[in-house]
Design a binder for this molecule. Structure first.
Ligand SMILES: Cc1ncc(COP(=O)(O)O)c(C=O)c1O
Length: 379
């Protein structure tokens, strides 16, 4: 296997990837190798990653309990802070229980295989996140991919299933920012007697009057709904979770392999998560209002540039077409002090490359103005 040659091929197709080491906090303004940028590439939607209370909670937990958790959750790795955070996440999602995983990715690749067997019919939206796709690849059920957010197609696929279905969907689609038609989906899944597994990584903290996510946005609650979320986006930290009925959570605790066979989140990460949830309760409404105003402001500006934009979520795909054009636009943005990486295959199809602009409550209108000016020049 000649990896040098494979790398060369990636290079020629514009698909070689590099990392950009940040040497500052994760705010609206970041420094990369000493150069300042306005950051439009983070999922830190409410600006909690760098908040004082979150840092202090993590620091205090390091002083009290050290850093590492030493073992997986079923060995000696469970700290009382895991259980406190799980109880608070269940409260946020209005479910009986919740289970923490080391990351959102781990939650999806652990839960989906555990929830299905050979007789499960898995129905998956064509634009689902890679971690859902990977979880489904590890699961044993038969898989049908349905067209994006197409409830009629989903209903038709459900009607053909004799066995119970496991419908899998993003709540907010990570690369497009649109929201799944949850109400119709839940109705269809309830009728069939199956389960809807909703990945609300980008809805949690952002959607709903109290930030409970996509389900609150649509006013949906259902015994057929199982919600996945992560602390790594609006909650500004790290760690994935599943929230649902006591029995399903207890079952996952015994069966989800990424829960069983991976070291537990460090207690300071749990302390930071708890502090972030406290801020969400106290100030979430104010932070979401601020974010919402910025989203509307950006959407109007993008439309003025002739682009289609929906301010419903803080994710704005700016379509750039081919890999080459997208890489060029991203480089030109960087030259002008704007950080917005090129989203390319395998994340999106080769002809649908984009700059994924994400806003946070920490941005100012002047940052958005600058982005719009530069986009107007480089697009
Ligand atoms: C929709 C979706 N699900 C799951 C994940 C994985 O979450 P984490 O980054 O916490 O592993 C992501 C992260 O990008 C995501 O966008």
């Amino acid at each position: 296997m000649d990896f040098g040659k494979r790398l060369q091929e990636l290079e020629e197709r514009g698909l070689r990837r590099e990392t950009w080491p940040v040497d500052s906090c994760q705010g609206a303004l970041i420094s990369i190798q000493g150069r300042p940028f306005i950051n439009f590439a983070s999922n830190n939607y409410l600006g909690l990653a760098q908040r004082g209370e979150v840092r202090e909670a993590a620091e205090q937990a390091i002083r009290d309990f050290g850093w590492g958790s030493g073992a997986s959750r079923l060995m000696s790795g469970t700290h009382r802070l895991h259980e406190e955070l799980e109880a608070r996440l269940a409260t946020l999602k209005r479910t009986e229980a919740a289970l923490l995983f080391p990351s959102g990715y781990a939650a999806n690749v652990g839960a989906l295989p555990a929830l299905s067997d050979e007789r499960t019919r898995i129905l998956s939206d064509e634009l689902n996140h890679a971690s859902l796709i990977d979880g489904i690849r590890l699961a044993r059920g038969e898989v049908t991919i349905y067209p994006h957010a197409d409830t009629e197609a989903l209903e038709a696929a459900l009607a053909q299933q004799e066995d119970k279905a496991l419908v899998v969907s993003d709540g907010v689609f990570s690369m497009d920012g649109d929201v799944a038609p949850l109400r119709e989906m839940v109705t269809a899944v309830e009728r069939q007697g199956g389960v809807l597994y909703l990945d609300d990584a980008h809805g949690t903290g952002v959607l709903g009057t109290e930030g409970r996510g996509t389900s609150e946005h649509f006013g949906v609650s259902s015994a057929s709904l199982l919600q996945m979320g992560t602390l790594s986006k609006a909650l500004g930290g790290i760690g994935g979770f599943i929230a649902g009925d006591r029995d399903v959570i207890a079952y996952l605790r015994s069966r989800a392999r990424s829960f069983i066979f991976s070291t537990a989140l460090p207690a300071p990460a749990c302390a930071a998560g708890i502090a972030a949830l406290e801020i969400l309760e106290r100030e979430g409404g104010h932070l979401r209002d601020r974010l919402d105003r910025l989203c509307r402001y950006l959407a109007v500006g993008l439309e003025r540039l002739g682009l289609v934009a929906d301010p419903m979520t803080p994710i704005f795909p700016v379509h750039a077409g081919s890999v080459e054009r997208c890489v060029r636009v991203s480089a030109e943005l960087r030259n002008q002090g704007i950080f917005g990486p090129a989203i390319r295959p395998p994340t999106v199809p080769a002809e649908a490359c984009r700059i994924r602009i994400s806003l946070t409550a920490d941005h100012e209108a002047s940052h958005v103005d600058r982005l719009l000016d530069v986009l107007g020049m480089v697009l």
